[in-house]
Ligand binder design. Structure first.
Ligand SMILES: [Zn+2]
Length: 121
């Protein structure tokens, strides 16, 4: 399952980030998922709970923010947000474009936690 390996990856990054920021506890993880990433939100939420088991962030909540597809049209010289990822054409001039600016990412961008530990040294 695609989402499970992504979930393990996110848990690993979150644990590292929490350690670096001296967070004793992580309550919420915010993740950006592009519409073209191929990730199913519900499957990722489910997989996350499994991946987090037995780690320092077990019990944390995963909040998925879906990122729409944004393209750059070389013809209009503008960015456009596409409501539907297919077909990849500019909504204004209908020209095909392969320049995807956003919408493919899988990114942990914020952690909420409590009990900040003071560095002991
Ligand atoms: Zn255009």
């Amino acid at each position: 399952m695609h989402e499970l390996s992504i979930a393990y990856n996110l848990v690993e990054i979150a644990v590292e980030t929490a350690e670096q920021n001296h967070l004793q506890k992580v309550d919420v993880l915010h993740v950006k998922i592009g519409v073209l990433s191929g990730v199913v939100k519900e499957a990722l939420e489910f997989s996350f709970d499994i991946a987090a088991q037995g780690t320092p962030i077990e019990g944390a909540k995963l909040v998925v923010h879906e990122v729409p597809l944004k393209i750059f049209c070389p013809n209009c010289q503008k960015m456009h947000v596409l409501k539907k990822p297919i077909p990849l054409v500019c909504p204004e001039c209908r020209q095909r474009t392969g320049e995807i600016v956003e919408g493919k990412e899988i990114e942990l961008y914020s952690l909420e936690g409590g009990d900040v530990l003071e560095p002991s040294d």
